[in-house]
Design a binder for this molecule. Structure first.
Ligand SMILES: Cc1cc2nc3c(=O)[nH]c(=O)nc-3n(C[C@H](O)[C@H](O)[C@H](O)COP(=O)(O)OP(=O)(O)OC[C@H]3O[C@@H](n4cnc5c(N)ncnc54)[C@H](O)[C@@H]3O)c2cc1C
Length: 480
């Protein structure tokens, strides 16, 4: 009997899912499959926050499929073994999936495709994770782009973003005669263990709703506040960005759906500038994948070779102070605490904390990338690599190394009332706004009145920014 296994990965949705729609159009049953195979990610297995998210998202996908008369078969172990086993158990003769672009997964998929072809199984791959095919956008000399603006111009000229596909018609009649064995979600060990009675996932649970419905809710929320996205996107105190990154990472909503909804929204009043500004951020995601595809070693190696000789200094206590949000620089600490609590951080603050780690503390960007990978719900190999290499000055279209963010100036500019800092560092909440980004400069009586004792209730700055700026420039001049 013919039938199609739909192999889900980072595309945990029903809408605008070309592989699922294809399966629905073929004869025979549709068998949705997810394989938990962390060892196949080549050193970038989903981190702690990812795993928490994945567990909820798989549950949500299974729920949506059950409403359509199907279910999600979850397996752990080798992907190829699991696919072969499910094919055999159901008699299906095809496998369909959305193309993955992470270098290791891409190679794995090629191997699986070849092995299945050898078994006489037809494999069908579809686009859906990105809006462009990284091999199709090329410079005039037939190479990849390394600068965003010309990439974006070419993208707008060449890529036509079509309408998203509807959720396909399915139903009980599309289920196999009997469902193959599945592992239970509990067996995958995705839920973080409570440490010393602390519920690490509590903040994430409160803030997020993983799954396709949650992604659509986030988009709707964003469209109701985003009229000023172009002006306010740098204000971490306002929550005027879309907060869609984990949903996009897990593919609970497609970039095509986001793109078309934002375009449609413009006709309801908001300015073209606000929409274009947002679409260009979606295009940064495309650009990140474009660069990763052309330079698969960049998650660990600098794109600009000269940075191989940069003299970093990994001081474990500095790294730990940064990770725990105890550097004594309030905007940095607020960002790191937001990350720990929510598995997400505002983009402007990501840039500030990354500059602080790599330039004030001179800790290699790879350490920051690893920490983000473990703590972000939407840690994304392409975007994370782009963000860290951009911040360190070693990547594509990177911020020049000599632009070293001053954490006090950045805080005052982008969190002018200090509301963001106060929400994540309650121990500073009673300080007057004037001192909130530089408590060490506040007069003793002001600190006392606010209940702040530096070094006790909140740390002294662990480094002097001006001195560290000079040291960073010395190190940079060595490789220039
Ligand atoms: C050091 C550093 C690390 C980062 N790590 C990640 C990561 O692991 N995963 C991740 O998705 N983004 C990462 N980013 C990019 C960006 O910070 C986040 O995508 C953004 O903050 C997510 O919030 P949002 O969804 O509200 O963004 P919005 O402003 O609403 O943007 C919409 C979407 O566009 C994409 N986008 C926005 N900015 C960028 C960007 N600079 N580069 C690539 N795509 C972008 C994201 O998919 C985002 O969800 C990183 C940035 C830096 C500086």
């Amino acid at each position: 009997m013919p039938g199609t296994v739909v192999w889900f990965g980072h595309d945990l949705r029903l809408e605008d899912h070309a592989a699922l729609s294809f399966a629905a159009e073929q004869d025979g049953p549709v068998v949705p499959l997810f394989v938990w195979a962390p060892e196949e990610y080549g050193g970038w297995a989903p981190g702690g926050a990812h795993r928490w998210w994945l567990r909820q998202s798989l549950e949500a996908l299974d729920g949506s499929l059950r409403e359509k008369g199907l279910r999600l078969i979850v397996r752990q172990g080798s992907s190829l073994d699991a696919i072969r086993d499910v094919l055999q158990a159901t008699g299906a003769d095809r496998v369909a999936w959305l193309t993955r672009y992470e270098p290791t997964l891409r190679q794995r998929d090629i191997g699986i495709r070849d092995a299945l072809a050898g078994d006489g199984i037809r494999c069908h791959q579809f686009a859906g994770r990105l809006l462009h095919n990284p091999e199709e956008i090329r410079t005039t000399t037939d190479g990849p782009y390394h600068v965003f603006t010309p990439f974006w111009k070419k993208f707008r000229k060449q890529v036509e973003v079509g309408e998203p596909l509807n959720v396909p018609r399915l139903g009980k009649s599309r289920a196999p005669d009997s469902w193959p064995d599945a592992d239970s979600l509990d067996d995958l060990g995705l839920t973080p263990q409570q440490q010393d009675g602390v519920d690490w996932a509590g903040g994430m649970r409160e803030f997020w709703q993983p799954g396709e419905a949650g992604a659509h809710d986030r988009l709707a929320r964003f469209l109701s506040v985003a009229h000023t996205y172009d002006e306010d996107r740098n204000r971490p105190d306002l929550r005027h960005t879309s907060e869609l990154s984990p949903h996009l990472h897990w593919g609970e909503i497609s970039p095509r759906t986001v793109w078309t909804r934002v375009n449609a929204w413009v006709t309801n009043g908001p300015t073209r500038e606000a929409a274009d500004s947002y679409l260009s951020e979606i295009a940064w995601r495309e650009f990140s994948y474009h660069v990763l595809h052309a330079h698969p070693d960049t998650p660990t190696e600098p794109l600009k070779d000269k940075f191989e000789g940069f003299r970093w200094r990994t001081t474990p206590s500095d790294l730990e102070a940064w990770q725990r949000g105890r550097t004594g620089y309030p905007i940095v600490d607020a960002g790191m605490r937001q990350l720990w609590a929510l598995g997400w951080m505002h983009n402007r603050v990501r840039m500030i904390v990354a500059s602080f780690l790599t330039k004030d503390l001179l800790v290699p960007w790879q350490e920051g990338a690893k920490w983000f990978w473990d703590t972000l719900c939407g840690g994304d190999l392409a975007n994370n690599t782009m963000g860290w290499q951009w911040s360190a000055g070693s990547g594509a279209d990177a911020q020049p190394f000599f632009r070293i963010f001053n954490p006090v100036g950045q805080g005052e500019r982008h969190d002018p009332e200090g509301a963001y800092v106060c929400s994540w560092i309650p121990e500073l909440a009673d300080l007057p706004t004037k001192w909130i980004h530089k408590p060490w400069e506040a007069p003793a009586e002001v600190l006392e009145a606010a209940g702040v004792t530096l070094g006790e209730t909140y740390p002294e700055p662990i480094v002097d920014h001006a001195e560290r700026r000079d040291l960073a420039m010395e190190r940079y001049n060595e490789i220039r």
